[in-house]
Ligand binder design. Structure first.
Ligand code: PMT
Length: 438
Protein backbone atom coordinates (compact mmCIF):
# COMPACT_ATOMS: atom_id res chain seq x y z
CA UNK A 1 0.00 0.00 0.00
CA UNK A 2 1.19 3.52 -0.79
CA UNK A 3 2.05 5.86 2.04
CA UNK A 4 -0.84 8.24 2.70
CA UNK A 5 0.52 11.60 3.83
CA UNK A 6 -2.19 13.74 5.43
CA UNK A 7 -2.15 17.16 3.73
CA UNK A 8 -2.49 20.37 5.67
CA UNK A 9 -3.36 23.92 4.72
CA UNK A 10 -1.16 25.34 7.49
CA UNK A 11 0.88 28.20 6.03
CA UNK A 12 -0.36 27.45 2.49
CA UNK A 13 -0.55 30.60 0.33
CA UNK A 14 -3.99 30.37 -1.26
CA UNK A 15 -5.39 32.76 -3.79
CA UNK A 16 -9.17 32.55 -3.55
CA UNK A 17 -10.84 33.63 -6.80
CA UNK A 18 -14.51 34.54 -6.67
CA UNK A 19 -16.59 34.92 -9.82
CA UNK A 20 -20.10 36.25 -10.29
CA UNK A 21 -22.69 33.71 -9.20
CA UNK A 22 -25.20 33.59 -6.37
CA UNK A 23 -22.97 31.05 -4.59
CA UNK A 24 -20.45 33.90 -4.10
CA UNK A 25 -22.05 34.62 -0.74
CA UNK A 26 -20.74 31.24 0.48
CA UNK A 27 -17.19 32.27 -0.38
CA UNK A 28 -17.03 34.43 2.74
CA UNK A 29 -17.50 31.31 4.87
CA UNK A 30 -15.00 29.45 2.68
CA UNK A 31 -12.40 32.19 3.25
CA UNK A 32 -12.97 31.85 7.01
CA UNK A 33 -12.55 28.08 6.90
CA UNK A 34 -9.32 28.39 4.93
CA UNK A 35 -7.98 30.94 7.40
CA UNK A 36 -9.05 28.72 10.30
CA UNK A 37 -7.12 25.85 8.71
CA UNK A 38 -4.00 28.02 8.89
CA UNK A 39 -3.80 29.16 5.25
CA UNK A 40 -2.71 32.61 4.13
CA UNK A 41 -5.59 33.80 1.96
CA UNK A 42 -5.72 36.58 -0.60
CA UNK A 43 -8.90 37.21 -2.50
CA UNK A 44 -9.42 38.25 -6.11
CA UNK A 45 -12.96 39.05 -7.24
CA UNK A 46 -14.32 39.45 -10.73
CA UNK A 47 -16.60 42.35 -11.53
CA UNK A 48 -19.60 39.99 -11.46
CA UNK A 49 -18.66 38.67 -8.01
CA UNK A 50 -18.87 42.18 -6.57
CA UNK A 51 -22.55 42.32 -7.53
CA UNK A 52 -23.17 39.46 -5.09
CA UNK A 53 -20.80 40.16 -2.20
CA UNK A 54 -18.82 43.23 -1.16
CA UNK A 55 -15.00 43.10 -1.31
CA UNK A 56 -14.98 44.68 2.14
CA UNK A 57 -16.51 41.51 3.64
CA UNK A 58 -13.66 39.40 2.26
CA UNK A 59 -11.11 42.00 3.32
CA UNK A 60 -12.41 41.92 6.89
CA UNK A 61 -12.33 38.12 6.96
CA UNK A 62 -8.86 37.67 5.47
CA UNK A 63 -7.18 40.78 6.83
CA UNK A 64 -5.79 41.46 3.35
CA UNK A 65 -6.86 43.95 0.69
CA UNK A 66 -9.07 42.36 -1.94
CA UNK A 67 -7.94 42.74 -5.55
CA UNK A 68 -10.58 43.40 -8.19
CA UNK A 69 -8.90 45.08 -11.12
CA UNK A 70 -6.00 44.31 -13.42
CA UNK A 71 -5.29 47.93 -14.21
CA UNK A 72 -5.28 49.41 -10.72
CA UNK A 73 -2.13 51.55 -10.34
CA UNK A 74 -2.45 51.76 -6.55
CA UNK A 75 -2.81 48.00 -6.03
CA UNK A 76 -0.10 47.27 -8.60
CA UNK A 77 2.25 49.55 -6.68
CA UNK A 78 1.76 47.28 -3.61
CA UNK A 79 2.01 43.81 -5.15
CA UNK A 80 2.01 43.61 -8.94
CA UNK A 81 -0.22 41.01 -10.52
CA UNK A 82 2.71 38.86 -11.66
CA UNK A 83 4.11 39.00 -8.15
CA UNK A 84 0.69 37.97 -6.82
CA UNK A 85 0.58 35.06 -9.29
CA UNK A 86 4.01 33.94 -8.09
CA UNK A 87 2.97 34.34 -4.46
CA UNK A 88 0.10 31.84 -4.75
CA UNK A 89 0.96 28.20 -4.03
CA UNK A 90 -2.59 27.24 -4.81
CA UNK A 91 -5.43 28.90 -6.69
CA UNK A 92 -8.96 28.04 -5.63
CA UNK A 93 -11.86 29.53 -7.59
CA UNK A 94 -15.20 29.26 -5.83
CA UNK A 95 -17.67 29.78 -7.32
CA UNK A 96 -16.42 29.22 -10.86
CA UNK A 97 -19.16 30.34 -13.25
CA UNK A 98 -19.74 28.94 -16.74
CA UNK A 99 -18.41 32.20 -18.18
CA UNK A 100 -15.21 32.07 -16.13
CA UNK A 101 -14.66 28.42 -17.07
CA UNK A 102 -15.11 29.31 -20.74
CA UNK A 103 -12.61 32.16 -20.51
CA UNK A 104 -10.05 30.02 -18.69
CA UNK A 105 -10.54 27.18 -21.17
CA UNK A 106 -9.80 29.66 -23.95
CA UNK A 107 -6.67 30.90 -22.20
CA UNK A 108 -8.03 34.42 -22.01
CA UNK A 109 -6.51 37.04 -19.73
CA UNK A 110 -9.19 39.70 -19.88
CA UNK A 111 -9.41 40.45 -16.16
CA UNK A 112 -7.23 40.10 -13.09
CA UNK A 113 -8.38 36.59 -12.10
CA UNK A 114 -7.90 35.00 -15.54
CA UNK A 115 -4.56 36.78 -15.91
CA UNK A 116 -3.34 35.41 -12.58
CA UNK A 117 -4.42 31.91 -13.56
CA UNK A 118 -2.42 32.12 -16.77
CA UNK A 119 0.63 33.48 -14.98
CA UNK A 120 0.59 30.95 -12.13
CA UNK A 121 2.01 27.45 -12.39
CA UNK A 122 1.12 26.01 -8.99
CA UNK A 123 -1.95 23.91 -8.11
CA UNK A 124 -5.37 24.85 -9.45
CA UNK A 125 -8.78 23.98 -8.08
CA UNK A 126 -12.22 25.26 -8.96
CA UNK A 127 -15.73 24.67 -7.61
CA UNK A 128 -18.14 25.16 -10.53
CA UNK A 129 -21.52 26.74 -9.77
CA UNK A 130 -24.23 27.46 -12.28
CA UNK A 131 -27.74 26.61 -13.41
CA UNK A 132 -28.17 22.90 -14.17
CA UNK A 133 -28.88 23.49 -17.89
CA UNK A 134 -25.75 25.61 -18.18
CA UNK A 135 -23.68 22.88 -16.52
CA UNK A 136 -25.14 20.22 -18.81
CA UNK A 137 -24.52 22.29 -21.94
CA UNK A 138 -21.97 20.53 -24.18
CA UNK A 139 -19.91 23.73 -24.38
CA UNK A 140 -19.52 23.87 -20.58
CA UNK A 141 -18.70 20.18 -20.37
CA UNK A 142 -16.15 20.52 -23.12
CA UNK A 143 -14.63 23.47 -21.23
CA UNK A 144 -14.56 21.39 -18.03
CA UNK A 145 -12.73 18.58 -19.84
CA UNK A 146 -10.29 21.01 -21.39
CA UNK A 147 -9.58 22.64 -18.03
CA UNK A 148 -8.94 19.23 -16.46
CA UNK A 149 -6.54 18.57 -19.29
CA UNK A 150 -4.70 21.79 -18.38
CA UNK A 151 -4.36 20.53 -14.80
CA UNK A 152 -7.38 22.05 -13.09
CA UNK A 153 -9.02 19.93 -10.37
CA UNK A 154 -12.79 20.28 -10.38
CA UNK A 155 -14.46 20.11 -6.98
CA UNK A 156 -18.10 19.24 -7.63
CA UNK A 157 -20.52 20.52 -8.67
CA UNK A 158 -23.13 19.13 -6.34
CA UNK A 159 -26.69 18.31 -7.43
CA UNK A 160 -29.98 19.36 -5.84
CA UNK A 161 -32.22 22.41 -5.45
CA UNK A 162 -30.87 25.51 -7.15
CA UNK A 163 -31.37 29.17 -6.29
CA UNK A 164 -33.22 29.65 -9.62
CA UNK A 165 -35.78 26.98 -8.68
CA UNK A 166 -34.34 24.25 -10.92
CA UNK A 167 -33.19 20.91 -9.59
CA UNK A 168 -30.10 19.17 -10.91
CA UNK A 169 -26.31 19.32 -11.07
CA UNK A 170 -24.57 22.68 -10.83
CA UNK A 171 -24.75 23.72 -7.18
CA UNK A 172 -21.47 24.79 -5.66
CA UNK A 173 -20.20 22.35 -3.04
CA UNK A 174 -20.69 23.58 0.51
CA UNK A 175 -17.56 25.35 1.86
CA UNK A 176 -16.83 22.52 4.33
CA UNK A 177 -16.99 19.99 1.50
CA UNK A 178 -14.67 22.17 -0.63
CA UNK A 179 -12.06 22.26 2.13
CA UNK A 180 -12.37 18.49 2.69
CA UNK A 181 -12.07 17.75 -1.03
CA UNK A 182 -9.10 20.11 -1.25
CA UNK A 183 -7.35 18.28 1.58
CA UNK A 184 -8.11 14.92 -0.01
CA UNK A 185 -6.74 15.96 -3.39
CA UNK A 186 -3.66 17.51 -1.80
CA UNK A 187 -3.15 14.30 0.17
CA UNK A 188 -3.33 12.34 -3.06
CA UNK A 189 -0.76 14.63 -4.68
CA UNK A 190 1.50 14.47 -1.64
CA UNK A 191 1.38 10.67 -1.47
CA UNK A 192 2.07 10.18 -5.18
CA UNK A 193 5.74 9.34 -5.70
CA UNK A 194 7.53 11.81 -7.94
CA UNK A 195 7.74 10.78 -11.57
CA UNK A 196 4.53 8.78 -11.23
CA UNK A 197 2.48 10.92 -13.59
CA UNK A 198 2.30 8.02 -16.02
CA UNK A 199 0.60 5.71 -13.50
CA UNK A 200 -2.88 4.39 -14.20
CA UNK A 201 -4.13 7.11 -11.81
CA UNK A 202 -4.44 9.23 -14.93
CA UNK A 203 -8.19 8.74 -15.23
CA UNK A 204 -8.18 10.08 -18.78
CA UNK A 205 -6.55 6.83 -19.90
CA UNK A 206 -9.16 4.60 -18.28
CA UNK A 207 -12.37 3.02 -19.50
CA UNK A 208 -14.84 2.56 -16.68
CA UNK A 209 -18.05 0.54 -16.95
CA UNK A 210 -20.78 1.07 -14.39
CA UNK A 211 -24.10 -0.72 -13.92
CA UNK A 212 -26.91 1.28 -12.34
CA UNK A 213 -30.55 1.18 -11.38
CA UNK A 214 -32.85 -1.80 -10.92
CA UNK A 215 -33.57 -4.68 -13.26
CA UNK A 216 -37.10 -5.61 -14.25
CA UNK A 217 -38.00 -9.26 -14.46
CA UNK A 218 -41.20 -9.79 -16.45
CA UNK A 219 -44.05 -11.95 -15.16
CA UNK A 220 -46.41 -11.35 -18.06
CA UNK A 221 -46.78 -8.61 -20.72
CA UNK A 222 -47.87 -6.01 -18.11
CA UNK A 223 -46.23 -7.04 -14.81
CA UNK A 224 -42.70 -7.41 -13.51
CA UNK A 225 -40.58 -7.93 -10.39
CA UNK A 226 -38.22 -5.08 -9.51
CA UNK A 227 -36.89 -2.98 -6.62
CA UNK A 228 -36.60 0.63 -5.45
CA UNK A 229 -33.22 1.51 -6.99
CA UNK A 230 -33.48 4.95 -8.64
CA UNK A 231 -30.11 4.79 -10.41
CA UNK A 232 -28.90 7.95 -8.61
CA UNK A 233 -25.82 6.31 -7.07
CA UNK A 234 -24.72 4.66 -10.33
CA UNK A 235 -25.34 7.80 -12.37
CA UNK A 236 -23.36 9.86 -9.84
CA UNK A 237 -20.47 7.41 -10.24
CA UNK A 238 -20.69 7.74 -14.02
CA UNK A 239 -20.65 11.52 -13.76
CA UNK A 240 -17.70 11.55 -11.36
CA UNK A 241 -15.73 9.19 -13.62
CA UNK A 242 -16.50 11.29 -16.71
CA UNK A 243 -15.50 14.47 -14.87
CA UNK A 244 -12.13 12.87 -14.23
CA UNK A 245 -11.72 12.42 -17.96
CA UNK A 246 -12.36 8.67 -18.14
CA UNK A 247 -14.28 7.00 -20.94
CA UNK A 248 -17.46 5.91 -19.20
CA UNK A 249 -20.01 3.26 -20.16
CA UNK A 250 -23.18 3.24 -18.12
CA UNK A 251 -25.38 0.16 -18.31
CA UNK A 252 -28.67 1.21 -16.82
CA UNK A 253 -31.86 -0.53 -15.83
CA UNK A 254 -35.11 1.43 -16.23
CA UNK A 255 -34.69 4.78 -14.42
CA UNK A 256 -35.95 8.33 -14.88
CA UNK A 257 -32.54 10.03 -15.00
CA UNK A 258 -30.71 11.95 -17.68
CA UNK A 259 -27.44 10.58 -18.94
CA UNK A 260 -24.50 12.48 -17.40
CA UNK A 261 -22.62 14.46 -20.04
CA UNK A 262 -19.99 12.59 -21.99
CA UNK A 263 -21.20 9.18 -20.79
CA UNK A 264 -22.05 6.32 -23.19
CA UNK A 265 -25.31 4.77 -22.00
CA UNK A 266 -26.80 1.36 -22.74
CA UNK A 267 -30.36 0.78 -21.52
CA UNK A 268 -31.40 -2.68 -20.43
CA UNK A 269 -34.39 -4.17 -18.61
CA UNK A 270 -33.70 -7.62 -17.23
CA UNK A 271 -30.70 -9.14 -15.43
CA UNK A 272 -29.97 -11.30 -18.46
CA UNK A 273 -29.86 -8.24 -20.71
CA UNK A 274 -27.63 -6.48 -18.18
CA UNK A 275 -25.30 -9.48 -18.09
CA UNK A 276 -24.93 -9.47 -21.89
CA UNK A 277 -24.19 -5.72 -21.97
CA UNK A 278 -21.79 -6.01 -19.01
CA UNK A 279 -19.81 -8.87 -20.52
CA UNK A 280 -19.48 -7.00 -23.79
CA UNK A 281 -18.32 -3.80 -22.08
CA UNK A 282 -15.99 -5.53 -19.62
CA UNK A 283 -13.79 -6.88 -22.40
CA UNK A 284 -11.86 -3.62 -22.73
CA UNK A 285 -12.69 -1.90 -19.43
CA UNK A 286 -10.10 -1.04 -16.80
CA UNK A 287 -12.63 -0.77 -13.99
CA UNK A 288 -16.05 -2.42 -13.68
CA UNK A 289 -18.43 -1.14 -11.00
CA UNK A 290 -21.60 -3.07 -10.23
CA UNK A 291 -23.90 -0.56 -8.59
CA UNK A 292 -27.11 -1.94 -10.06
CA UNK A 293 -29.64 -3.59 -7.79
CA UNK A 294 -29.97 -6.74 -9.87
CA UNK A 295 -33.00 -8.92 -9.14
CA UNK A 296 -31.65 -12.16 -7.69
CA UNK A 297 -34.59 -14.14 -9.12
CA UNK A 298 -36.83 -14.10 -12.20
CA UNK A 299 -40.00 -15.93 -13.12
CA UNK A 300 -39.33 -19.42 -14.44
CA UNK A 301 -42.13 -18.95 -16.98
CA UNK A 302 -43.08 -15.55 -18.40
CA UNK A 303 -46.78 -15.75 -19.26
CA UNK A 304 -47.52 -14.96 -22.89
CA UNK A 305 -50.76 -13.20 -21.94
CA UNK A 306 -51.79 -11.17 -18.92
CA UNK A 307 -52.23 -13.47 -15.91
CA UNK A 308 -55.94 -13.46 -15.04
CA UNK A 309 -57.27 -13.16 -11.52
CA UNK A 310 -58.83 -16.45 -10.60
CA UNK A 311 -62.19 -16.31 -8.82
CA UNK A 312 -61.56 -19.70 -7.16
CA UNK A 313 -58.04 -19.21 -5.79
CA UNK A 314 -57.04 -16.79 -2.98
CA UNK A 315 -53.35 -17.27 -3.69
CA UNK A 316 -51.16 -17.30 -6.75
CA UNK A 317 -47.89 -19.23 -6.74
CA UNK A 318 -45.02 -17.96 -8.82
CA UNK A 319 -41.99 -20.15 -9.34
CA UNK A 320 -38.80 -18.10 -9.43
CA UNK A 321 -35.38 -19.17 -10.61
CA UNK A 322 -31.99 -17.63 -9.89
CA UNK A 323 -30.66 -14.90 -12.13
CA UNK A 324 -27.00 -14.95 -13.15
CA UNK A 325 -24.70 -13.10 -10.77
CA UNK A 326 -23.39 -10.47 -13.19
CA UNK A 327 -20.50 -9.13 -11.16
CA UNK A 328 -19.31 -12.61 -10.17
CA UNK A 329 -19.30 -13.59 -13.85
CA UNK A 330 -17.10 -10.57 -14.67
CA UNK A 331 -14.78 -11.25 -11.75
CA UNK A 332 -14.39 -14.98 -12.37
CA UNK A 333 -12.18 -14.35 -15.41
CA UNK A 334 -8.40 -14.49 -15.00
CA UNK A 335 -7.28 -11.46 -12.99
CA UNK A 336 -4.88 -10.22 -15.65
CA UNK A 337 -7.57 -10.37 -18.37
CA UNK A 338 -10.42 -8.72 -16.55
CA UNK A 339 -11.09 -5.24 -15.20
CA UNK A 340 -10.59 -4.16 -11.60
CA UNK A 341 -13.99 -5.19 -10.22
CA UNK A 342 -15.87 -3.10 -7.66
CA UNK A 343 -19.11 -4.41 -6.20
CA UNK A 344 -21.71 -2.83 -3.97
CA UNK A 345 -23.27 -4.52 -0.97
CA UNK A 346 -26.70 -3.34 0.10
CA UNK A 347 -27.17 -4.55 3.65
CA UNK A 348 -29.62 -3.93 6.46
CA UNK A 349 -27.48 -5.44 9.26
CA UNK A 350 -23.93 -6.71 9.92
CA UNK A 351 -22.71 -4.42 7.13
CA UNK A 352 -19.00 -5.21 7.30
CA UNK A 353 -19.35 -8.96 7.82
CA UNK A 354 -21.74 -9.48 4.90
CA UNK A 355 -19.77 -7.10 2.65
CA UNK A 356 -16.49 -8.94 3.35
CA UNK A 357 -18.23 -12.20 2.56
CA UNK A 358 -19.38 -10.79 -0.83
CA UNK A 359 -15.92 -9.35 -1.53
CA UNK A 360 -14.39 -12.80 -1.16
CA UNK A 361 -17.18 -15.01 -2.50
CA UNK A 362 -17.66 -12.96 -5.68
CA UNK A 363 -13.86 -12.56 -6.09
CA UNK A 364 -14.12 -8.76 -6.18
CA UNK A 365 -11.23 -6.32 -5.82
CA UNK A 366 -13.16 -3.79 -3.77
CA UNK A 367 -16.65 -3.50 -2.30
CA UNK A 368 -18.76 -0.49 -1.39
CA UNK A 369 -20.99 -1.46 1.50
CA UNK A 370 -24.04 0.66 2.20
CA UNK A 371 -26.53 0.28 4.99
CA UNK A 372 -29.86 0.54 3.18
CA UNK A 373 -31.91 0.51 6.38
CA UNK A 374 -30.85 4.07 7.29
CA UNK A 375 -33.60 6.65 6.66
CA UNK A 376 -32.64 9.23 4.02
CA UNK A 377 -29.78 7.10 2.66
CA UNK A 378 -29.42 4.36 0.07
CA UNK A 379 -32.30 3.40 -2.22
CA UNK A 380 -33.90 6.41 -3.93
CA UNK A 381 -32.25 9.00 -1.65
CA UNK A 382 -29.96 11.85 -2.72
CA UNK A 383 -27.46 10.95 0.01
CA UNK A 384 -25.60 7.84 0.94
CA UNK A 385 -22.89 6.64 3.30
CA UNK A 386 -20.46 3.85 2.55
CA UNK A 387 -17.77 1.60 3.91
CA UNK A 388 -15.17 0.78 1.25
CA UNK A 389 -13.33 -2.50 1.75
CA UNK A 390 -10.57 -4.10 -0.28
CA UNK A 391 -7.93 -6.77 0.08
CA UNK A 392 -5.27 -5.33 2.36
CA UNK A 393 -2.70 -7.23 4.31
CA UNK A 394 -3.39 -10.73 5.57
CA UNK A 395 -4.12 -9.26 8.98
CA UNK A 396 -6.80 -6.80 7.93
CA UNK A 397 -8.72 -5.60 4.89
CA UNK A 398 -8.16 -2.09 3.58
CA UNK A 399 -11.04 0.12 4.63
CA UNK A 400 -12.34 3.65 4.18
CA UNK A 401 -15.45 4.86 5.93
CA UNK A 402 -17.38 7.65 4.22
CA UNK A 403 -19.98 9.51 6.26
CA UNK A 404 -23.46 10.45 4.93
CA UNK A 405 -23.08 12.93 2.07
CA UNK A 406 -24.63 13.71 -1.31
CA UNK A 407 -24.26 10.80 -3.71
CA UNK A 408 -22.47 13.11 -6.15
CA UNK A 409 -19.66 13.73 -3.66
CA UNK A 410 -19.57 10.18 -2.34
CA UNK A 411 -19.29 8.96 -5.93
CA UNK A 412 -16.17 11.06 -6.48
CA UNK A 413 -14.53 9.48 -3.42
CA UNK A 414 -15.45 5.99 -4.60
CA UNK A 415 -14.08 6.60 -8.10
CA UNK A 416 -10.86 8.12 -6.73
CA UNK A 417 -10.38 5.18 -4.36
CA UNK A 418 -11.03 2.63 -7.11
CA UNK A 419 -8.48 4.33 -9.36
CA UNK A 420 -5.97 4.41 -6.53
CA UNK A 421 -6.54 0.71 -5.76
CA UNK A 422 -6.20 -0.15 -9.45
CA UNK A 423 -2.83 1.62 -9.50
CA UNK A 424 -1.73 -0.19 -6.36
CA UNK A 425 -2.69 -3.52 -7.94
CA UNK A 426 -0.82 -2.61 -11.12
CA UNK A 427 2.26 -1.77 -9.05
CA UNK A 428 2.04 -5.10 -7.19
CA UNK A 429 0.42 -7.47 -9.67
CA UNK A 430 1.22 -10.49 -7.52
CA UNK A 431 -1.16 -9.21 -4.83
CA UNK A 432 -4.36 -10.30 -6.53
CA UNK A 433 -7.74 -11.21 -5.19
CA UNK A 434 -7.16 -14.88 -5.90
CA UNK A 435 -4.42 -14.83 -3.25
CA UNK A 436 -6.50 -13.37 -0.52
CA UNK A 437 -6.32 -15.51 2.53
CA UNK A 438 -9.48 -14.27 4.18
O1 PMT B 1 -30.02 3.43 -7.26
P1 PMT B 1 -30.14 4.23 -5.97
O2 PMT B 1 -31.58 4.55 -5.62
O3 PMT B 1 -29.25 5.44 -5.96
O4 PMT B 1 -29.64 3.29 -4.77
C1 PMT B 1 -28.31 2.89 -4.72
C2 PMT B 1 -28.17 1.41 -4.26
C3 PMT B 1 -28.65 1.27 -2.83
C4 PMT B 1 -28.99 0.50 -5.20
C5 PMT B 1 -26.64 1.07 -4.40
O5 PMT B 1 -25.91 1.91 -3.55
C6 PMT B 1 -26.37 -0.37 -4.08
O6 PMT B 1 -26.19 -0.77 -2.94
N1 PMT B 1 -26.32 -1.21 -5.13
C7 PMT B 1 -26.18 -2.68 -5.02
C8 PMT B 1 -27.50 -3.27 -4.66
C9 PMT B 1 -27.44 -4.78 -4.58
O7 PMT B 1 -28.02 -5.45 -5.39
O8 PMT B 1 -26.68 -5.25 -3.63
P2 PMT B 1 -26.41 -6.84 -3.35
O9 PMT B 1 -25.75 -6.85 -2.02
O10 PMT B 1 -27.69 -7.60 -3.48
O11 PMT B 1 -25.44 -7.27 -4.50
C10 PMT B 1 -24.03 -7.33 -4.34
C11 PMT B 1 -23.34 -7.02 -5.63
O12 PMT B 1 -23.62 -8.03 -6.60
C12 PMT B 1 -23.72 -5.71 -6.27
O13 PMT B 1 -22.57 -5.15 -6.86
C13 PMT B 1 -24.73 -6.11 -7.36
O14 PMT B 1 -24.71 -5.20 -8.46
C14 PMT B 1 -24.17 -7.47 -7.77
N2 PMT B 1 -25.17 -8.41 -8.28
C15 PMT B 1 -26.16 -8.89 -7.45
C16 PMT B 1 -27.03 -9.85 -7.95
C17 PMT B 1 -26.88 -10.30 -9.28
N3 PMT B 1 -27.70 -11.20 -9.77
N4 PMT B 1 -25.91 -9.82 -10.05
C18 PMT B 1 -25.04 -8.89 -9.58
O15 PMT B 1 -24.14 -8.45 -10.30
Amino acid sequence: MSQHTQASLMGKRILLGISGGIAAYKSAHLARLLKKAGAEVRVVMTEGAQAFIAPLTLQALTGEPVRTSLLDPEAEAGMGHIELARWAELILIAPATADLMARLAQGQADDLLTTLCLANDAQWFMAPAMNQAMWRHPATLENARRLQGYGWHLLGPDAGDQACGDVGPGRMLEPEAIVNELLDRLTDTASKPSGSAQQATDAAELTITITAGPTREPLDPVRYLSNHSSGKMGFALAQAAAERGARVRLISGPVALETPPGVERVDVESAQEMLAAAQKAAVDSDIFIGCAAVADYRAEQVAEHKIKKSSDEDALTLRLIKNPDIIARIAENAVNSRPFVVGFAAETRDLERYALDKLTRKQLDMIVANDVSQPGLGFGADKNAALLLWHGSEAAPGRLELSPQPKTILAARIIDTAIKRLSATDEHPSCTSSQVTR
